[in-house]
Design a protein around this ligand. Structure first.
Ligand code: MAN
Ligand code: CA
Length: 201
């Protein structure tokens, strides 16, 4: 009996020292893991910053190269930068006008920047033209044909427009360059736009 009790106590002491050892090993592993994880995290951050930097350099480089190419448009189309524009001589409803652009691999005009508005304005010759802007899905929710965000992009509405005067869900550009919302069924000239073709210099 006495012998067994001694054995038990010895086993218990051994067990306790093993557990203590195990805990200190776990602590070491944990500290090591945390250190590696922090290092890894900072490597990943550094790498993604580098990747973003090279991506933006690459984009810059591509846009510089693009400017060196020679851009061309077909007959009856006018070129501005890397786009071609078609000013119609006949008149159609907005939907028919868009259909006509689509048949020439183009879309109704989307105005993205003041320079583009300026270019277009030069060629209006006092006529009114449809542009690729409509709120026919939901009143007041204007959408550009190509998905360009309306809220964050430039606008050239005439004073007091858009006023939805009589169910007007399509946008026109007046001969003076100002925009107006107009009934989509009205018959107007229209402007199509598509990317220019390049020929190597
Ligand atoms: C006036 C204005 C415009 C409206 C047209 C419709 O010019 O009320 O807002 O779109 O008439 O022809
Ligand atoms: Ca109007």
């Amino acid at each position: 009996m006495k012998m067994a009790e001694t054995d038990f106590k010895m086993d218990l002491a051994q067990l306790q020292s093993n557990v203590t050892l195990l805990f200190s090993l776990m602590k070491i592993v944990e500290t090591d893991f945390k250190k590696n994880n922090a290092q890894l995290q900072s490597n990943v951050t550094g790498l993604s910053e580098k990747t973003n930097r090279s991506l933006s350099e690459l984009r810059n480089h591509i846009s510089q190269l693009k400017k060196k190419l020679l851009w061309k448009c077909s007959e009856h189309w006018r070129r501005f930068q890397q786009k071609c524009y078609y000013f119609s001589s006949d008149s159609k409803s907005w939907t028919e006008a868009q259909r006509s652009c689509a048949s020439m691999d183009a879309n109704l005009l989307v105005i993205n920047k003041p320079e583009e508005q300026g270019f277009v304005k030069k060629w209006l010759q006092h006529k009114d033209y449809w542009i690729g802007l409509t709120d026919s899905i939901a009143e007041g929710d204007w959408r550009w044909m190509d998905g360009t965000d309306y809220n964050s992009s430039v606008k050239f509405w005439k004073k007091g427009e858009p006023n939805d005067a009589s169910n007007e869900d399509c946008a026109e550009i007046y001969g003076d360059g100002g925009w107006n919302d107009q009934s989509c069924d009205a018959s107007l000239h229209w402007i199509c736009e598509k990317p220019a073709q390049f020929v190597s210099p």
